[in-house]
Design a protein around this ligand. Structure first.
Ligand code: SAM
Length: 280
């Protein structure tokens, strides 16, 4: 458990193991660009939050592969969102398990609306640190383990009268497989035609291995969901389509490519990647 004595939330603000993992992408986006200039995401907010929370950054930054993975996935997700909003300028975007990330700084086109959603404790910290809701940048409480999580978002009619953009990064691997499958199923059932859901996925061999992960291990969170076949992403509902698969391997050079080629002897999935799902 972590608390933040300098935020004014003393005592009543303690993050659970999985909620603490939000500091990993926060530090990567704040400072990772100095280590990997070609992958810098130019996050205006993350550096300020790291400073205000007095996060000890060194333990996160020594885990260079994770910093690179996060910068890489941020760019993949941001580019997919920009392409989506170019096609649907007035659409809504939803970030499930948003932590302290701030995609709307890059995606606000003056017409779209963005909803950042997370569990109550995480959202309490977020609301304390970031600007209050506005008409086009909103927040919601959601627990993706709940069967009715989609309804909890309380999306208004104008959000679902057109395609919706959703992203969920660094979250589903911490859920039980049936819970992760239910998230995909709910998207398939409820999202309007043309909607997109971007998620990051881990290979099945990572399940149960979080204690060996240099950044996640100290939080004592665990990886419960990984995939052994890409079809596991769409099998739960006939509306679901796998539109794109991105692997981080090449960003890690020849060692990343070699490791993934060995893994691909057993499975066609990336070791770590981002997939874009759509509904017809
Ligand atoms: C590794 S952080 C990722 C945060 C953010 N997506 C990012 O990339 O910066 C994991 C996040 O998942 C959220 N989370 C964990 N379990 C969740 C659940 N059942 N429902 C919603 N959010 C959850 C945590 O609160 C935390 O913010």
């Amino acid at each position: 458990m972590t608390d933040f004595p300098d935020t004014g939330l003393q005592g009543d603000h303690v993050l659970s193991a999985v909620q603490q993992t939000m500091l990993i992408p926060l530090v990567a986006r704040a400072l990772g660009g100095g280590m990997f200039p070609g992958h810098a995401c130019g996050d205006q907010h993350a550096a300020e939050l790291v400073r205000r929370l007095r996060v000890p950054t060194e333990p996160y930054l020594v885990d260079r592969p994770t910093v690179l993975n996060i910068l890489w996935r941020t760019k993949v997700m941001r580019d997919a969102a920009l392409a989506f909003f170019a096609r649907h300028p007035q659409a809504w975007g939803v970030n499930l398990g948003c932590g302290l990330s701030h995609y709307f700084q890059w995606l606000d086109n003056g017409h779209n609306t963005w909803l950042d959603a997370d569990m109550p404790q995480s959202m309490q910290l977020r609301r304390h640190l970031l600007a209050p809701d506005t008409e086009r940048h909103r927040t919601a409480l959601v627990d993706l383990r709940r069967t009715g999580w989609w309804q909890d978002l309380k999306l208004p009619q104008d959000a679902v009268n057109q395609p919706l953009f959703m992203l969920c990064e660094g979250v589903l691997m911490y859920l039980q497989p049936y819970q992760a499958q239910h998230v995909l199923h709910s998207f398939a059932v409820n999202a309007p035609a043309g909607s997109r859901l971007l998620i990051d996925v881990m290979a099945g061999c990572a399940v149960g291995m979080a204690r060996w992960h240099p950044s996640v291990g100290p939080t004592q969170a665990q990886f419960y969901w990984g995939i052994r076949s890409l079809s596991e992403l769409t099998d739960c509902h006939p509306r679901l389509r796998l539109l794109a698969t991105h692997s981080v391997a090449a960003s890690h050079g020849w060692m990343g490519i070699a490791a993934e080629q060995m893994w691909n002897y057993w499975s066609s999935t990336p070791l770590y990647g981002v997939v874009e799902l759509g509904v017809d």
